[in-house]
Every structure is written in C-alpha cells, then in structure tokens.
Design a protein around this ligand. Sequence first.
Ligand code: SF4
Length: 424
Amino acid sequence: MNINPLVDVKEGCSSAPILKERGQNEVFCGLTGIIWLHRKIQDAFFLVVGSRTCAHLLQSAAGVMIFAEPRFGTAILEEKDLAGMADAQEELDSQVDKLLERRPEIRQLFLVGSCPSEVIKLDLSKAAERMTLKYAPTVRVLSYSGSGIETTFTQGEDACLASMVNTLEKTEEKELILVGALPDIVEDQFLTILKQLGIRRVSTFPSRTVGSAPKIGENVKFILCQPFLGDTCEALEDKGATHIAAPFPFGEEGTTHWLKAIATQFTVEDSLFEKVTEAPRNRARKALELVSKNLSGRSVFFFPDSQLEISLARFLVRECGMNALEVGSPYINRKIVAPDLEMLPKGPIISEGQDVDCQLDRCREAQPDLTICGMGLANPLEAEGLATKWSIELVFSPVHGYEQAGDLASLFYRPIKRRELLKV
Ligand code: SF4
C-alpha cells in the first residue's frame, strides 16, 4: 500500500489567479445551518428572531425531514416591533420564558439573528447575556447571526460554533478535537479509526450534548471536518489550540491524507497507520472504481454555494477523472483550503464570490456535463438542457470518509444518468 504524496501534480492551483466577483449572488442564508445543527446538538433549541419569511425558509427546508417536535422555531418580529413601537427585548424575554417552561429538556438556547433583527439593531448578544444569568446553570443562552446580509448558507454553522468557543472549559491534556457537525454515522466511523490508531482523547465539536463538550488549551490540536469553519478555526487558535492543516476527507485519497495529518501530529507509527486504514481504503477504492468509470472524462462546473467546492473539485478531478471547468466558492480561505488547492491540478477557473449573470454566461458557453449549483439556479439550467446537482444535498448527506466515498461519487453521477435516460 502506498500513500500518494500530498503534492504529486505538476502544478496545483495554489498560485492560480482567483477571479473575484462581487455582484448579485444566489445563495441561501446562514439560517439553513439550523437544519443539520438541531439534529446534531441534541439538547439545543434554535430560536430565530426573524420574520415570517425566515420561518417559511426553515419550515420548507426542514419540513420533510422532521418526525418529532422540532428543536427550532421562530420568534416573529411583528410590524410594531419593526416600527419600534414595542420593546422587542421584552417580547423576546416573554417568548423565551414560555418556551423554556414548555420544553424543560433544553440545555442550550441559541438566539439566531436574521435580516429583520439586524435591520432594527436588536442586540441579541445582550439578550443572551441577560438570559444566561437568569436561567443559569440549567440553560446556557448564546447568540449568533444567520442573516442573509452577513452569511451564506454554511456560514451559519461557523457562526454558531464560533459562538460556543468561549464556553469551553480549559485543559492541559494533549487532546484532539474534530471540528464540524458530521452525521453521527460518519463521526462514529472516524472515532473508531482514531481509536484503532491509538489516539484516545478525542472529542467532537459541536458535541451532541453540553456535558460532552470538548476542552481547550495549549496542548489541544484540532482538525476541521468542513472547509467553511474559518471563524471557528480562528476562535480555537485564539484559545491556544493548534490547527492541523489537511485536505478534507472526501474520497479515499482525501480521507487518507486527513487521517495521516492527524496520525503525524500524534506520532502514530506508519506501520500501524497502514494496518488500520488498509481495509477501509480498499473498500473505498473498489466502490469508487464502480462509479468513476461513468464520471471519467466528463466536465463539471461549480457555482459558489457551500465552500465545499474546492475540496469536492479535487475529489472529482483526482479520484473520478473529471475535468473541472470552473470552481466557484462564495469565500476562499486560503489557509484552510491550501492543501486541497495544491492537489487540484491547474486548469479550472477558480472564482470567489459571484456575479450571477456573468457566471451563467460562462456556464452556458462551457456547456458542462454536470453543473453543481444552488436550488434557485438548478431548474432554469435543467430547462436549458444542463444536468445539475443541488449543492445543498452535499451538506445534508453523509459524504465524508472511506465508507461514503462511493456514495459521494454516485451523487454526482445520478443527474448525468437521468439526463442520458431522458435523451433516450
Ligand atoms: Fe430571508 Fe434574511 Fe430571513 Fe434568511 S435571515 S430567511 S435571507 S429574511
């Protein structure tokens, strides 16, 4: 078994020029993150302080997936709040009182800001401080912004996690934190592998409950599971923890490099690393072989949406043989995606931000075999004959790690196959 060196392409995209666009963009707001965060953090409630539009967004995005009483809701700001005729802070206090009385199982309450709460300058951090004093120690109250003015759809998770960093207790121990909300099944797979590698003190952030939250200190190292966690990364570093840089764990190669970066920091023997990863690597390779033959040689175009784009392009080009034409990302944090950029062979346009009409022109001109974009752009492009994939699905589905490598490739093949069947 051999592990490819991190940089084995003639020239990667690290030094490629970035096309920066600052026009109209078509991206969900950060409230969307609540859909996966409320499932991950099991003792939390997310209270959006917003409008009926915010409530509709959450209900329609999450509606089909909820089978129990949801752990999120919207405190609707009415006309009189927006016109400054009522004391919105007082109304919020009374809504929270009622909520916590009705739901005694809640241990963490997030007050989530929205466009309307920002426009009327409702200070949610002050409200959170006041409520923390009132409900301590039973409930901890935090606040962050999910507003479309400030955040794109995956930045809501970043803002949420960054708001929690100050609450983490200190430790002197050498520990590892996996940072980013992964589906439980994927998280468990990673924890099992890390245990087999002999790394004992591992925690996840966000933790499933307040009681299992990670601790933080100078001897703590952390690795990101998602590329969109820039603010969280900085907040953890400010507390003295060390960021382990690595490509993101998509596909067999990405997962191996990601695990190897951890193993190096925790001085795991190469022979043990190879023994532990050999079987899952082989399973991932076999699963990928089956699907990648259908993707190989096809072209792909990424509209900016989730910040996963660079890492996914690296996976599709290197492990599935696809040809990336443009890789657009809402924001490129070079420090975080540097290893993926280095591994992505030079060629595609790398773009940051969006000017949607210009980008649509480039996409139509390029006529890619597959276009990854937000839901709003997918239908019109499908009507024009292009095969599209909703980028939001890549955030909702289990796609990280060895066991999901084949499923990840299949997610990209499905729209191509559907279009081929339609042609027949
Ligand atoms: Fe719309 Fe802003 Fe509410 Fe998001 S936060 S749903 S962008 S009003």
